[in-house]
Design a protein around this ligand. Structure first.
Ligand SMILES: [Fe+2]
Length: 259
């Protein structure tokens, strides 16, 4: 389903719920090590009641398949297989920029309408006092309106990039350039400031009870980074030389807000 229905019912079953969150698998990108490093996801899923797939789970820009449309059925099959392995859990799929391609969004929204245990969030979700969002709002300094409008619209139209550019990225990864780029572009304080500004514009700042923010996008694992009354956590990415750190957290109250 799209958005919240059903979650409140399941929360009343027990006092707490355990959430597993991870992001940035970039499945179908040749540079991703997701297949080899899924053990970390499966370990975190042990005992989880809910799972937040926090964006860039699939990569349509750098897909190994012929194009976006050709990749969509593989992504849906991957997701259905994952949900079947953990049947009985609830799944929140938060879109990132690399999996915001229009044909996939249309398909996963249809799947969510047909699948009671799956909710698709275009921008993110707040569960209890924790916000889950991909983090591409911190790609550069931007307003809420720009992020939710032009920025995501560009990614919705995104197509597979050509082999020359892909080869260049491959060589960049060979030499570890990606690690330098991410660390230079995304210092924790800059990311925290941009995300905090977005949450304040959305009316979801710390003054509304938000305590923790879980994000990805920067591919740099981070735990308990404090900024302006919020704690930031990043689950990293299974990319060469980068830490990948799926997390589990506990929810104590039955509140859900779709961003
Ligand atoms: Fe990513």
């Amino acid at each position: 389903m799209l958005q919240a229905a059903g979650f409140q019912d399941t929360m009343s079953d027990r006092e707490t719920k355990t959430v597993c969150v991870f992001s940035d698998l970039h499945v179908f990108c040749g540079r991703s090590q997701a297949a080899e490093r899924m053990g970390a996801v499966h370990d975190a899923m042990e005992g989880a009641d809910l799972c937040v797939l926090n964006g860039d789970i699939f990569d349509f820009r750098w897909t190994v398949f012929a194009g976006v449309e050709e990749t969509v059925p593989h992504a849906i099959a991957w997701l259905e297989e994952f949900m079947a392995r953990y049947s009985g859990r609830r799944f929140h799929y938060v879109l990132g920029n690399h999996d915001a391609a229009g044909p996939f969004v249309d398909r996963i929204e249809t799947l969510a309408e047909q699948t009671p245990e799956l909710t698709c969030h275009l921008l993110g979700v707040k569960l209890d006092q924790s916000v889950f969002l991909h983090g591409d709002v911190a790609h550069y300094a931007m307003s809420k309106d720009h992020f939710e409008g032009d920025f995501r619209a560009k990614w919705r139209r995104d197509r597979k990039k050509g082999p020359a550019r892909n080869w260049l990225y491959d060589r960049g990864f060979d030499y570890g350039v990606h690690r330098w780029v991410h660390r230079t572009a995304f210092p924790p304080r800059v990311v925290a400031k941009r995300v905090t500004n977005y949450l304040l514009e959305k009316g979801l700042g710390p003054d509304t009870g938000t305590t923790d923010v879980y994000l990805g996008h920067t591919h740099l694992a981070l735990s308990d980074y404090e900024y302006e009354g919020l704690r930031f956590h990043n689950t990293g990415a299974p990319m060469p030389g980068l830490e990948f750190r799926p997390m589990t957290i506990t929810l104590t109250e039955e509140r859900q807000t779709d961003l």
